[in-house]
Design a protein around this ligand. Structure first.
Ligand code: AMP
Length: 223
């Protein structure tokens, strides 16, 4: 049975392909994308009081305080009254999920369950040519000469963000923080898990599932 409105959340660890899947959802279903990161970046760009307050946290790599992000998101959700939406990047903490629960009904939570080993393998293979920003991958897009930029022959470096140790730490932090959020939605029977290694493997399952909840914009067949 299709719902008139679908209020959904998408969750997934960094590197899980959440951006790719969100983009495809928005393309195929009549839903508005609401990304907390985008909302914050736009506030910072416009130098609003909220944006200026958020900047100090974000620059230090911290989450912004629950109250701040909650105010921003609830303002955005008010504008989306009567529309279907897909929340991305929010809620990130248990207090945020509890507050959202009181504020707006949530119909379902899509969780992308990509094995951590796969994410680590994928990211740690990335090598960058720092001056140009060109990115290579030892497996998927290797340079012609190992360790050298194709155009200039200059050495490639591994960005701090792409080092195995950094990726592991990021994933651990994500897990620690979001486990209570996932449990919260599991207890409310709203959590729908999609397991797979690649976006192209996960996407048909997400599409199929969402099609049972909300009418797609047009019919697409996935084999
Ligand atoms: P993102 O683009 O989702 O990675 O968000 C960029 C930054 O904005 C994060 O690193 C956090 O500092 C902040 N942020 C985004 N969403 C939230 C949230 N739900 N709670 C707290 N901080 C957030």
């Amino acid at each position: 049975m299709h719902m008139k409105l679908l209020r959904a959340i998408i969750m997934g660890p960094p590197g899980s392909g959440k951006g790719t899947i969100s983009t495809r959802i928005i393309k195929d279903f009549p839903m508005k994308h609401l990304s907390s990161g985008d909302v914050l970046r736009s506030q910072m760009l416009n130098k609003t009081p909220a944006g200026l307050a958020a900047k100090t946290y974000i620059d230090q790599g911290h989450l912004v305080p629950d109250k701040l992000i909650l105010t921003l998101i609830s303002n955005q959700l008010k504008k989306l009254k009567g529309k279907s939406w897909l929340l991305d990047g929010f809620p990130r903490t248990l207090p945020q999920s509890e507050a959202l629960y009181k504020l707006e009904p949530v119909d379902l939570v899509v969780n992308l369950n990509v094995p951590f080993e796969i994410i680590i393998d994928r990211i740690k293979g990335r090598w960058t040519h720092a001056p140009s920003g060109r990115i290579y991958h030892t497996e998927f897009n290797p340079p012609k000469v190992p360790g050298k930029d194709d155009a200039t022959g200059e050495p490639l470096i591994q960005r701090e963000d792409d080092k195995e140790e950094t990726v592991c730490k990021r994933l651990e932090n994500y897990q620690k923080m979001t486990q209570p959020v996932l449990n919260f939605y599991r207890e409310h029977h709203l959590l729908e898990e999609f397991t797979g290694k690649y976006s192209n493997e996960i996407w048909p399952k997400v599409h199929q599932f969402l099609s049972t909840k909300i009418e797609p914009l047009q019919y697409t067949e996935y084999s």
